[in-house]
Each structure stands twice: as C-alpha cells, then as structure tokens.
Ligand binder design. Structure first.
Ligand SMILES: [Zn+2]
Length: 250
C-alpha cells in the first residue's frame, strides 16, 4: 500500500529533483464497494478510476508527483486513503466521486457538480445525505468512530485551521474550473462530514463530478472526451490553487 510513498522518499533521498508538487488523487470506492450505479448499470467506482487516471496523467505533465490511492478495481479502506497522503507529505488530496439521488423523480431531474470540503456540520440536508452515502462503505478494519463522539476525528482535524483554509481555496479553484469548462450545472461548494477527508493533514477536497444517477449525465460521463474535459478542469484548478499558494508564501 505504501510502496509508492516509500519509492518517492527513496528517490528524494537519492538526490532526484523534487517534483513541482505532490498530489494524491483518490478514486472513490473500488472492489466490492461499487459506489452508486447508473440507470444503465455503470459503476461509480469505474468512472471515478477512469477520471482519476486522466487527472493524474495531466498533473504529471505539469511536473507533479502523483500517487493514486488505487490503480485497479480494489477496495481500499477509507482510513488508508488520507494516510497515504500524510505518509508522503502530499501538498493536496483530491477524492473523486459521482453523485446520486435516491428517488426516481430526483434521479431524472438532478444533474450537476458539487465540491466538498470538511466540516462537522453539513451545509444542508442534501450535503448531509451525500456524506452519509459516501461514508457508508467504510470497511471492516477502518477505525470505528467513537459512538459517543462520532465527529471527534473530524473536529480534531478541523483544528488545523491552515489546512481548512487551504481546503476551501482548493475546493473553489477546482469547482470553478469544472463548472466553467464542462458547462455542467453549478450546485456549489459545500461542506459535510466526510470520513475520507477527516484524516488528511493537507488541503483536501471531495469532488462529485456529476450525477451518475441521471441517465443523460451518466452517459456523458462515460464518454472519453468528457472525461478528458473533467480531468483537464480538475488539473487546471489544482494548478491555480498551487499558484495562489506560492504567491501567498512570497
Ligand atoms: Zn462516491
């Protein structure tokens, strides 16, 4: 699991030129955890991986070191995903997902892009439902949240105000690019208690790149051209975030 991280540390120790930045891209779900399913049977786990691979390729062209939390159709415990990013001291963590609505009517009419960063309280009831759905596939072996203090890990993570501010900036940077370049409906940047983001000690966001539960949007998201458009927008948003971060440090 941590082999890519170890390889990176060894390469740096051996005097290799440091990358422009280190990004961890997290394709949601995988293996038995398929995520949401489209009306035609397309799995969220597959589309998330295809899009994540395209994002990684584009970031590498920008000189970034990129680690994917999975490169195949395998289950990765939710707690390990941010742990990988922490272990290699990544500059940022982006989790890629596809959204879903619960009812036939809502599935028919709901499309668009939502980008999330962490908070103990959800922005609204929809954000709360999205977090509940994405949190559902915590695997056996993931640490159980204390039932008396279910948001304890999230609150301790939120004490890191600098990375929360960074997460907010990263969320707006990728979201704005994604909306403007795909023309998808802008459903906003929101906050909710996502376990996958809770452990990350760097700017971390979760992007719902579209609704797989909507037949039209799911078919669009299957198309390679559209996946490239989404990937380019995410990579460009990350580049904008990096540029702002460097400017702020000067
Ligand atoms: Zn998901």
């Amino acid at each position: 699991m941590l082999a890519p991280a170890a390889a990176l540390l060894l390469a740096l120790a051996a005097g290799a030129a440091p990358p422009a930045f280190v990004a961890v891209i997290d394709p949601g779900h995988g293996g038995v955890q398929e995520g949401a399913i489209s009306p035609r049977g397309v799995r969220e786990s597959d589309l998330a991986l295809e899009i994540a691979r395209r994002v990684a390729a584009r970031l590498r062209k920008m000189g970034a070191k990129v680690i994917l939390t999975r490169t195949g159709d395998i289950a990765v415990p939710m707690a390990n995903r941010a742990a990988i990013a922490n272990a290699i001291r990544a500059d940022l963590f982006v989790s890629i997902h596809l959204n879903s609505m619960p009812t036939v009517e809502a599935r028919r009419v709901t499309t668009g892009v939502e980008t999330y960063f962490l908070s103990a309280d959800a922005t609204d009831t929809h954000a709360s439902a999205v977090a509940a759905r994405e949190n559902a596939d915590r695997l056996a072996g993931d640490p159980e949240p204390d039932p008396n203090d279910p948001v304890g890990a999230i609150l301790s993570s939120l004490e890191d105000a600098a990375s929360l501010e960074g997460s907010s900036r990263l969320a707006y940077a990728v979201h704005d690019r994604l909306v403007s370049s795909t023309g998808a409906l802008d459903r906003g940047v929101k906050q909710a208690p996502f376990y996958v983001l809770a452990g990350a000690r760097m700017p971390a966001v979760l992007v719902e790149v579209g609704f797989i539960s909507n037949e039209g949007e799911a078919e669009r998201l299957r198309a390679k051209d559209y996946q490239e458009k989404v990937a380019a927008a995410l990579a460009d948003g990350i580049a904008v975030f990096r540029k702002e971060t460097r400017a702020a440090r000067r």
